[in-house]
Ligand binder design. Structure first.
Ligand SMILES: Cc1cc2nc3c(=O)[nH]c(=O)nc-3n(C[C@H](O)[C@H](O)[C@H](O)COP(=O)(O)OP(=O)(O)OC[C@H]3O[C@@H](n4cnc5c(N)ncnc54)[C@H](O)[C@@H]3O)c2cc1C
Length: 157
């Protein structure tokens, strides 16, 4: 079987462009539901514990606050939509619950078949106005040591 987790379930916090935390948390909740099902020797049924855990988690709370952001921008455009999105989002942050939840447009309607579109021509970087990725990273002054130790470590592996 399977479970929709992370960005496939739309768990990106769009205004923050942050989704790795909700990705990990939703993966953990799905895994916990699966392990519980296996340990209780269930099979061929639904992992109802997973959506229930999502509803009760901080993922739901966090995403609920920003739920109208994308629909507002889609409906009213970048200028007015973003302004409205900001007002509603910050109101929700300070505890003023908006009495509405707008709908997203169906994502699948944004997709086109390959034969309906023209391939985009990406010219090679010319070294004057456009640059290859490695040169751009160099220009950005990003600096990593070759033997830099991993800074994300498990407290209890
Ligand atoms: C520009 C940008 C900046 C971001 N910055 C941040 C940030 O600073 N902090 C943060 O928390 N989040 C950030 N995010 C969001 C974060 O990257 C995503 O929320 C997160 O990576 C989602 O994880 P995921 O596992 O759902 O999907 P992904 O990380 O997209 O993983 C999906 C994987 O599936 C693979 N895949 C797709 N189709 C197939 C197929 N048919 N067969 C096999 N494999 C396939 C893909 O190659 C990919 O590796 C950013 C996103 C973008 C685009």
């Amino acid at each position: 079987g399977g479970a929709l987790i992370s960005c496939s379930a739309g768990f990106l916090n769009v205004p923050r462009i942050k989704g790795t935390h909700t990705a990990m948390k939703s993966g953990m909740m799905a895994a916990e539901a699966a392990v519980d099902a296996i340990l209780s020797q269930r099979q061929h049924d639904e992992l109802a514990a997973y959506p229930e855990a999502c509803e009760a988690s901080w993922v739901k709370k966090e995403l609920s606050i920003v739920r109208n952001v994308v629909p507002l921008v889609e409906k009213f455009g970048e200028l007015i939509g973003s302004a409205l999105a900001n007002v509603t989002m910050w109101a929700e942050y300070i505890g003023v619950k908006m009495p509405f939840t707008m709908k997203h447009h169906p994502n699948n309607e944004s997709l086109w078949r390959k034969d309906q579109v023209k391939p985009i021509a990406y010219p090679k970087p010319d070294g004057v106005l456009t640059f290859d990725r490695l040169s751009s990273v160099f220009i950005s002054n990003t600096n990593h040591e070759e033997d830099q130790p991993v800074h994300l470590t498990l407290k209890d592996p």
